[in-house]
Design a protein around this ligand. Structure first.
Ligand SMILES: *[C@@H]1O[C@H](CO)[C@@H](O)[C@H](O)[C@H]1NC(C)=O
Ligand SMILES: *[C@@H]1O[C@H](CO)[C@@H](O)[C@H](O)[C@H]1NC(C)=O
Ligand SMILES: *[C@@H]1O[C@H](CO)[C@@H](O)[C@H](O)[C@H]1NC(C)=O
Ligand SMILES: *[C@@H]1O[C@H](CO)[C@@H](O)[C@H](O)[C@H]1NC(C)=O
Ligand SMILES: *[C@@H]1O[C@H](CO)[C@@H](O)[C@H](O)[C@H]1NC(C)=O
Length: 945
């Protein structure tokens, strides 16, 4: 029967809207009346804040409209001295969703606006922003803005800083940008901006009119055409010019020497041609030059490089360079410290015998060098992928590892107790074992002036950072007594942790907001290293708990399906699925108010539940059925009429996806079937609700088990089994479905344990279909994932590959080894274990890293696991194994580790298991390992329709 679903939804919706409208109107009227008496803040500003607040999913939730924004010091609101008008608004990483509405234009006295790191803040930049003529700093970075940058941006004539990096902005850079005569910092990188760069010769105005422009970051967009010559011969003050990863073509004009102040020039990853202008040598302050991956006609490294006074870094990867590499290149430049010439075709000998003392790093991966002549001082040389290494592997490994020993090693091992998951000791307070919750930020270095963070003086960086923080214009918080701890994550990323003073365990919400604001405001820079951008990406401790309550009912359907039966079952499921698909398609039109009809989701085996059915299952979302809560909303348990227990994930109003996204997730979920993936049973999309119904996972997440929140004993066998099964699930996504899928959010809180303690991977909310051809990976404008698991290469290049999942899985392996979450305060497990292993081998790893709860493990196998994890988290994705290789390695470990019993070791919560069932499962486990090689084959031929 076809219901009149659409019609009823609309009439219901519009009645609601009318009603809501009336209530809001009444509220506004009421508050206006009472406000005029007592409040100082102008009513325009209060009304604007109210409108923004409701458009932002009622965030920040602490704003109380019964109080005065200025006098009551609302979160993220700063006012003038008389408390009459809002001058600064900063809500960084505050979970804002919805859109930035035109109401922003009513806050006319704003000088600073920063809404960065609100990943769900979408929509376009309203043209009313042009009313903010006093605005000096505008930062909306790491959000979800789309549409074009409005022409009206040219009215913001007081603007000095404009940061819009990491959004989904498209269209051209408007020529009105040139009207911003005070602008010194323009960062629109990592969007999808296209067209040629406007300049005043071709348009009314353009970037060459930015007479105060010092920092221009346009990288990682789709800009094309020539680099306008006019930006080289103006009065611009450019210090950093980053144009890499675009589609710029044509020659670099010889007028480039007009960039007399330039220190960092990145032109790499474009389609530039012609010769490399030799008068780049005349730019005396040039410190870092990136030219790789273009089509220049030169086949040699420009000879002037060796005599440049200030040049510290030269990068010419993939530049079709051939022949011998002259030893002179490394000889004269007194400051040359980093040379990267990877993926060229140099032959003969790599001769560093003339290298000057400044040289620290030479990367010549993937060339044709057949010999290597050493210098007498320590240079890290990356020679992998050269014929020389095929016969001198050990030597190559040594040369490569020179740098990996870190300069600073802080010791907190004196502390015998441990902190909870999201707090940590301050490594700078040796002997003081207080647990803190520091504020964490990932700082990304966009272009390095120094060889690598690994060898940079961390203490000096920390001092610079502290000075910057103190210097920041936001003075209203007590920074005194705080401590900065910086840990390199990769050569181009660092984790900055700001520890509260010792009399506090944690920052207050207000102080945290102010500190993020200060950091994001570009007052905190590392001028000696290069330009940076800070990411505050989500709460790393936001664990998704689909289930942590006891299973009291019978076995789930999953348990009844033996491995031997899987093929038959799958065929039947396919038949049922196609029947469903036909029925369900008829059932509703996939339409949401204001959205384009994206078509019915192509359902495989997912059932379309009505909201009424869901309400019934969960006893109207009763609190007693709540089993978890996270950033996305709440999870409830429930039972289907068949008695099957289910987990119901209900998106909160902040986490609603667009209809298209939701549809994509359902389609994906319902098209992948593997016993190491949490299965989707159905969904509900009605009355603005987005609900996913999963099979119930009675034993919670891997994260919970590792942290001791469950009483499952995580012995060695269990950990290997979890690793193996999770790996199988991911391998299936990577190779067994067509089109292939990249999960993008592999983490221990997305790995669940079923009633038999088998691991299953869940949560495909961020998943993406893998591109067919890896070399032409489309750039996704936004990096998504969870801090600590995020592939640094993906973060840096936006290039998503299967290897990003390998990285995340490597981090999960490290968790299995150490028991710790990836980031504990200021410490990143990847770096910790890498250091420990490099410094003291397995002995050191066992002493300082291995989970004390892990006993009776085979040391040899553990070492193999450590090595596997470390190679999986290599910075360079090419050096990481594929997921299939990872799975095979874990498989070989599980073979040495005899799987004694699936439940014996631990005390699983589902104590209802009968002895007979256990024996049955043991048999199945045995089968599982026997058949493991066939999994991918089994599903590879099945393609979702
Ligand atoms: C403005 O508000 C702040 C915070 O409540 C208060 O300390 C200050 O005295 C107020 N200034 C005026 C002029 O009312
Ligand atoms: C705020 O802006 C309005 C409109 O531009 C102006 O009339 C008012 O004087 C300003 N208030 C302050 C305190 O600057
Ligand atoms: C080059 O750098 C030095 C040191 O930072 C600075 O004093 C000088 O003004 C710069 N020269 C130019 C042309 O910008
Ligand atoms: C650039 O440098 C070259 C070689 O050092 C020199 O001959 C030339 O005159 C310089 N050009 C300018 C404009 O200074
Ligand atoms: C690299 O150089 C060698 C010798 O100059 C040449 O034979 C070979 O074809 C080159 N390879 C590539 C990929 O250009």
């Amino acid at each position: 029967m076809i219901r009149h679903w659409l019609g009823s939804a609309i009439s219901r919706g519009s009645i609601c809207a009318l009603f809501r409208g009336a209530v809001v109107h009444m509220l506004i009227m009421a508050s206006l009346c009472s406000r005029q008496v007592e409040s100082l803040t102008s009513s325009e500003d209060v009304n604007a804040l109210r409108a923004l607040h409701s458009a932002w999913g009622r965030n920040p939730s602490s704003w109380d409209f019964n109080t005065d924004p200025c006098e009551s010091l609302w979160l993220g609101v700063l006012c003038d001295a008389s408390n009459t008008t809002v001058t600064q608004l900063f809500l960084i990483n505050q979970g804002l969703s919805g859109t930035l509405t035109s109401a922003i234009g009513d806050l006319r006295n704003l000088t600073n606006l920063d809404l960065s790191s609100n990943l769900k803040l979408g929509g376009s930049i309203p043209k009313e922003i042009s009313n903010l003529v006093l605005l000096q700093k505008l930062f909306i970075q790491f959000c979800n803005l789309s549409g074009q940058i409005p022409l009206e941006i040219g009215s913001l004539t007081s603007l000095q800083y404009l940061g819009l990096t990491q959004n989904s902005l498209s269209g051209p850079l408007p020529d009105t940008i040139g009207l911003l005569s005070k602008l010194s910092w323009l960062d629109v990188s990592s969007n999808q901006l296209n067209g040629s760069l406007p300049d005043s010769l071709t348009s009314q105005s353009g970037i060459n009119n930015l007479s105060n422009g010092q920092h221009l970051y346009l990288q990682n967009n789709l800009f094309s055409g020539n680099i306008p010559e006019s930006i080289f011969n103006t009065s611009m003050q450019l210090i950093d010019l980053l144009l890499h990863k675009n589609n710029f073509s044509g020659d670099i004009p010889s007028t480039v020497e007009g960039l007399i102040h330039i220190e960092i020039l990145r032109l790499d990853l474009n389609q530039l041609s012609g010769p490399i202008p030799s008068n780049l040598r005349n730019i005396t302050n040039l410190t870092a030059l990136y030219l790789g991956s273009n089509s220049f006609t030169d086949s040699r490294v420009p000879s002037w490089i060796s005599s440049h006074e200030n040049l510290r870094l030269l990068s010419m990867d993939s530049s079709h360079l051939t022949g011998n590499l002259s030893a002179d290149i490394f000889s004269l430049g007194p400051n040359l410290s980093t040379v990267s010439l990877a993926s060229n075709n140099f032959t003969g000998s790599l001769n560093l015998s003339l290298a000057n003392a400044a040289l620290l790093l030479v990367n010549v991966t993937n060339n044709n060098f057949t010999s290597f002549v050493n210098s007498n001082h320590t240079v890290e040389v990356i020679l992998h992928g050269n014929p020389f290494c095929s016969v001198n592997q050990t030597r190559c490994d040594e040369l490569d590892n020179l740098q990996s020993s870190p300069p600073v090693s802080r010791n907190t091992s004196l502390c015998s107790n441990s902190c909870s998951d999201n707090s940590t000791f301050n490594p700078k307070l040796s002997g003081n074992c207080q647990c803190f919750r520091p504020l964490n930020a990932i700082v990304n270095f966009l272009a390095l002036k120094i060889p690598s963070l690994e060898i940079y003086n961390l203490t000096l960086m920390e001092e610079q950072f502290a000075v910057g923080l103190n210097r920041s214009t936001v003075k209203s918080f007590a920074i005194a007594g705080s401590q900065i701890v910086i840990e390199p994550i990769t050569p181009t990323q660092a984790l900055v942790s700001i520890f509260p003073p010792t009399n506090y365990a944690t920052w207050s919400v207000n102080d945290a907001a102010l500190i993020l604001y200060a950091i994001n405001n570009k007052e905190i820079l590392f001028p000696s290293i290069g330009p940076t951008v800070c990411a505050f990406i989500g709460d790393p401790y936001n664990t998704v708990a689909i289930a942590n309550s006891r299973s009291t009912n019978g076995l789930s359907t999953g348990a009844k399906v033996g491995i031997a039966m899987a093929v038959i079952f799958f065929v039947i499921a396919m038949i049922i699925a196609s029947l469903y698909a036909v029925r369900e398609k008829k059932r509703a039109t996939w339409i949401e108010a204001g959205e384009i009809d994206t078509g019915s989701p192509k359902l495989m085996a997912a059932h379309w539940f009505s909201l009424q059915e869901i309400r019934k299952c969960t006893d109207n979302f009763s609190q007693s059925n709540e089993i978890g809560e996270g950033g996305y909303g709440k999870v409830y348990k429930g039972y289907l009429p068949t008695g099957q227990k289910i987990a119901i994930k209900r998106a909160g109003s902040d986490s609603l996806q667009s209809a298209a996204e939701f549809k994509f997730e359902i389609e994906l979920l319902s098209s992948v079937h593997h016993h190491n993936l949490v299965g989707l049973i159905g969904f509900c999309f009605e009355e603005g609700e987005q609900i996913l119904v999963y099979e119930f996972m009675p034993n919670g997440t891997l994260r919970e088990s590792l942290s001791g929140a469950t009483d499952i004993q995580m012995d060695w066998q269990r950990r290997i089994s979890v690793a193996l099964n999770a790996a199988r699930g991911i391998v299936y996504l990577h190779t067994g479905v067509n089109p292939q899928v990249i999960h993008r959010d592999i983490k221990s809180s997305n790995i669940f344990l079923d009633d038999r303690l088998f691991a299953k991977v869940a949560d495909f909310g961020l998943s993406k279909l893998a591109p067919v051809d890896n070399d032409s990976t489309p750039l996704s404008s936004q990096v998504k994932g969870t801090m600590g698991y995020l592939d640094p290469d993906y973060f840096l290049t936006n290039r998503l590959t299967h290897k990003s999942d390998v990285y995340s899985f490597g981090v999960v392996l490290l968790e299995l080894i150490t028991g710790r979450p990836p980031i504990q305060g200021g410490k990143y497990v990847v770096r910790e274990i890498r250091t420990a292993y490099a410094q003291g081998g397995m002995e050191q790893v066992v002493k300082s890293m291995v989970d004390p709860k892990l006993k009776d493990y085979p040391l040899e196998a553990l070492e193999k696991l450590v090595k596997l994890a470390l190679v999986s988290v290599e910075d360079n994705p090419q050096r990481r194994p594929t997921m299939t290789e990872v799975m095979k390695e874990v498989e070989s470990l599980s073979e040495v580790t005899s799987i004694k019993s699936d439940v014996q070791g631990g005390k699983p919560k589902n104590t209802h298991l009968e002895e007979g069932t256990k024996a049955h499962m043991r048999q199945k486990l045995a089968n599982l390992f026997q058949h493991s090689g066939n999994y991918t084959a089994m599903f590879a031929n099945v393609q979702p329709k």
